[in-house]
Design a protein around this ligand. Structure first.
Ligand code: DON
Length: 554
């Protein structure tokens, strides 16, 4: 009887009525600690998300920051309201469709990747202000305080920072302001050396005092625009003034009784994830042998990524046939073209130019749940490690190179090997298509808050994560499972060391799949999982990164 009553109560009482544990998982221990402090001060998950994003902008500056953009998937416990804050960068008004092509129509090497011409108008500062004023409880002054302190007093170089600095030092050396801060005396800092960012501390203070106006208007904005223009960029003051955060209705679907709430366009993540899940739901995966299961997964990846290339872009600029793409008919039609024992060459689906493979542990994701049941899944980025490498003098802000996420020419792959067409062509004010996929999963027993960086591979990581959740796996197993990936083009299965065993690889090859083993692991998944019955929380940070998960019992 007591049990029955509990079930009825669960169905009618929002999570807020239950004192549950809190959980945080971010890509850096200092960001996890900072977010925990904000919860301890009485902030909610939304305040803690502001703290985490700002702290990551300081200590993981190669992945995200004030000069970038991102998506925050929110769940408000008191009324169950869910939304996605879209703080994605926009193309400047002076941007043109062919701005990265030379007079013969060929892409100019690195033009969409290096320097201020590669930078979209940042969305993160506006989104932090928006999050504080619409959803948070604390003033920005309080939620930004830990990040200001980390920027001013400094933090020790860790192995991930050192590795990323080494990887991109050639780019960083091109920009004096960037190398002054990140390569002191022209040298790569050692692990344990302190990186101080007094200019970034000042910029964060401006944001804390004046909200978005501190970044997008006044003297700060004027100086930033002047520096961008002097270095060959095309930003204007109006671009900054006109930047707006948008709220988007999340993409929703279901997979084997699991409610999936995920990223909406201008991210491709939610639609591609659900297309794959919709196709896969008809197969009995747990019963299938590993090679058969992997084959089906790969074939659904191939088909969903093909749709990505054709249909997806900024919904304010292009009409996306979302209903059709997510419909059962579409899944059935695509599934009918899958042969159980034979790979379908991508070229048979639709011819587009070949691509290169992506890398990836930059960009960042964090997952936060507070004791009242508010949730945040946020994936934030400046795109490639250290973004464009360019830092406007005096700002401490590394600008993104997110313009590369546009399709700079139909069929020409971006840095992650993704191709696109008309829907993702450059237009003034338009948001470039993303793969970032912050996601909530919920079944009868558990709620998961999940996401990861990893460029084009983000969406297939979420697919594997969702399936691991469906198998009842815990947070640690979900974030640490070995990964494989297919993205339509290039037409090969990429896989991490030890992701697929020798027999499986042999069988996949005999079905006609081409195999592309990768030396490096990829992704940096962060998961927080609430047990709905007990109110306990299980959280984990991907072992591939240096992040940390924490739970707080109430
Ligand atoms: O928005 C996107 O899809 C990319 N800019 C994300 C980049 C990323 O995840 C890099 N991490 N490896």
């Amino acid at each position: 009887m007591k049990y029955l009553l509990a079930i009825i109560l669960w169905a009618i009482v929002p999570t807020a009525a239950w004192a549950a544990d809190a959980g945080i998982a971010t890509a850096h221990p200092l960001a996890t600690t900072a977010a925990k402090e904000t919860l301890a001060k009485g902030g909610n998950a939304f305040d803690a998300a502001i703290t985490a994003a700002a702290a990551l902008a300081v200590v993981e500056l190669y992945g995200s920051g004030l000069g970038g953009g991102g998506f925050w998937l929110l769940h408000r416990a008191e009324d169950g309201f869910e939304t996605m804050l879209d703080g994605r960068e926009t193309a400047p008004a002076a941007a043109t469709r062919d701005m990265y092509l030379d007079t013969t129509g060929e892409p100019i090497p690195n033009a969409s990747l290096e320097g201020p011409l590669a930078a979209g108008i940042p969305g993160v500062p506006a989104a932090l202000d928006y999050l504080a004023s619409h959803y948070g409880k604390l003033p920005l002054r309080e939620s930004l305080a830990p990040a200001i302190q980390l920027a001013r007093e400094g933090f020790p170089v860790d192995k991930a920072m050192r590795r990323h600095l080494a990887f991109r030092q050639e780019l960083l050396r091109k920009y004096p302001e960037t190398s002054r801060i990140l390569l002191p005396a022209g040298k790569l800092p050692d692990i344990g050396d302190t990186i101080r960012q007094p200019e970034l501390a000042q910029t964060l203070e401006l944001l804390a005092e004046k909200g978005r106006a501190g970044f997008y208007a006044g003297e700060f904005a004027e100086q930033m625009v002047a520096a961008v223009k002097a270095a060959g960029g095309i930003w204007s003051l109006d671009d900054l003034k006109n930047y707006r955060v948008k709220e988007r209705e999340p993409i929703r679907g279901e997979y084997h009784g699991i409610k999936v709430t995920t990223a909406a366009p201008p991210s491709s993540g939610g639609i591609v994830l659900l297309e794959m899940l919709n196709m896969l739901s008809a197969y009995d995966l747990p019963k299938a042998a590993a090679a058969q299961r992997t084959h089906w997964q790969v074939e659904t990846m191939r088909r969903a990524y093909r749709d990505r290339a054709e249909y997806l872009g900024d919904p304010d600029f292009v009409a996306i046939p979302t209903q059709r793409l997510l419909g059962a008919d579409h899944a059935a039609r695509l599934r009918a073209s899958i042969q159980d024992d034979k790979a379908t060459p991508s070229a048979d689906l639709k011819p587009v130019a070949p691509g290169v493979s992506g890398r990836g542990m930059n960009t960042t994701h964090f997952s936060i749940l507070d004791k009242d049941g508010n949730r945040v899944a946020a994936t934030l980025s400046i795109n490639y490690p250290f973004g464009s490498g360019f830092m406007p003098k005096g700002s401490g802000v590394l600008l993104n190179n997110e313009m590369d996420d546009f399709s700079i020419r139909p069929g020409t792959p971006n840095v992650y090997g993704l191709v696109g067409a008309e829907a993702n062509a450059i237009e003034p004010g338009k948001r470039m298509l993303s793969s970032m996929t912050p996601t909530f999963l919920e079944d009868g027993k558990r709620i998961a808050i999940l996401g990861t960086p990893g460029g084009s591979r983000i969406i297939t990581m979420l697919l594997l994560g969702t399936q691991a959740f469906a198998n009842g796996e815990n947070a640690s197993r979900i974030v640490n499972r070995r990964r494989f990936h297919h993205q339509y083009l290039p037409d090969s299965i990429q896989y991490e060391p030890e992701a697929l065993d020798a027999d499986t690889l042999f069988e996949l090859e005999s079905m006609g799949h081409s195999l592309s083993p990768q030396d490096d692991a990829w992704g940096n998944m962060q998961a927080v999982i609430l047990d709905k019955q007990t109110g306990t929380v299980d959280a984990a940070s991907d072992g591939r990164g240096i992040g940390q998960a924490a739970t707080v019992a109430y």
